[in-house]
Design a protein around this ligand. Sequence first.
Ligand code: AHR
Length: 542
Amino acid sequence: MLRRRFLQHSALTGSALFFTRRFARRSTAGAQIDILLDEPIGQIEPEVYGHFSEHIGGVIYDGLWVGKDSKIPNVNGFRKDMIDHMRRLQPGSLRWPGGCFADSYNWKDGIGPMESRPRRTNFWANTPFMKKAPDGPTKFEPNHFGTDEFLQFCELIDTKPYLAANARTQGPQDFIDWVEYCNAPADTTTYGDLRVANGRKEAYNVACWGVGNESWGCGGDMIAEDYATEFRRFTSFVPRFDVDLKLVAVGPSDSWNRRDTEWTRRFFTALAERSAVWSNLMNRVDGYSLHFYCSTTGNSSLDYTDEDYYEHLWRADQMEKIITEHWNIIGAFDFDHNIKLYIDEWGAWHAQKTEVHNTHLFGQTSTMRDALIAALTLDTFNRHADKVVMGNIAQLINNLHSLFLAHEDRFVVTPNFYVFEMYKEHQGGMSIPIKIDAPSTGSERDLWGLAGSASQKGKEIFLTVVNPHLSERMDTVVRLSGARIKSAEATIFTQDNVRAYNNLDHPNGVAPPEMTQTSVTGGELTHSYAPASVTALKLQLE
Ligand code: AHR
């Protein structure tokens, strides 16, 4: 108790004495954050705090699904630890079954009695990594985890499902059949009845459907005009069953140094050309998907220099440009901006060196660097709440930028998990602009000194901020425009070493965030942001 009090005091006043090394580094000249209450941006959709689970490496088999007969604690075959931790996060959405896998997937393989479901070669089986892996479900898909299992899992963790339809090896009829299987009420269609026969009477009412995935690459090597044709075919008629369907078109995949704005321009031009002589096809596009992997720097996810760290954060920060550039292009076709952005794959993608098992393709061990990338990205989404309505970090477990690592009966959370848990308060809040005045890092790749986002729910403001500086604290005055702060509480996530990580052999390397009380003077708050930290401040208005 005493220690906690001491931390509160020191962390929040920038005092010279600190209890642990984590809170003990030099502080820079002052910074200021103004929260502009009168200029709301838009509601932060809970789906922005979403996840992605593909049939790839150890995500589904070994990660999410262990099977009903497993000795590993499970609920109907789903890893119990996953259910418990996902419930803690209150996730807004979960995307499935891919990724590239989606465009090779026959959903009809994954329904009905498990013992009679076919086995297929997994899309990823030919990659060099998987070639060296033993034969098993990650190479030869047993279809034990199919549509009913996925949708049950979504219900167990209370999240919105987001399905990706196969637009490469299947066509519109399979898509329609799948929608009927999920959404047709009992006694209306054959596929609805098949669902009932498989044990599920109530329709699932799945609203979000992606029409393909990365159709310019693994989803069919199409050019934008080809994809526009496919999109038109897939969306001419889709059975609705009173569900407010959201149909999501495939957009480009951007990297930190390349933005494929041509794909966006050409896709919408192709739709617009047809719209001119037929009907407004912009109405068919509810969402436009963007993928952004901010790549890697350094030798591995664990081994990087300080400059690599700053460079990587800077790369991740390019998300902002990606959002605004594509948004502006779409605006030339969709004047009222009815089409929203679905950033349905994002995250860091490190070199393959730190997997915890040889079936975990793209399995990487995350450090605090990844946690800061997750935080600054979620802040970016919040600041663009009028544009971004879905976000899915890639991928949930045993993969890129994961929240969890698991193998057999071992399970651990990564630093990314804590960021999502801290940030969940933003869901459903009204995004409010913030103005930050802070000295930049001064590193070779110069980065802002502080960045973040704020949201409001009634008399409560939730402010999340990243201090990227590796060694310096940032003493900051936080103020509200036209209002006063009555009280505040802080949650601080930082470590002695930014390279801190958890994995299965090293489960306690990362100390969880700490919650502290703060003192407010004259309606303002002075907070000292710890080095390489993620901080959430909950402010009560007077
Ligand atoms: O997340 C891994 C892969 O990255 C996905 O399957 C694909 O969509 C992207 O290229």
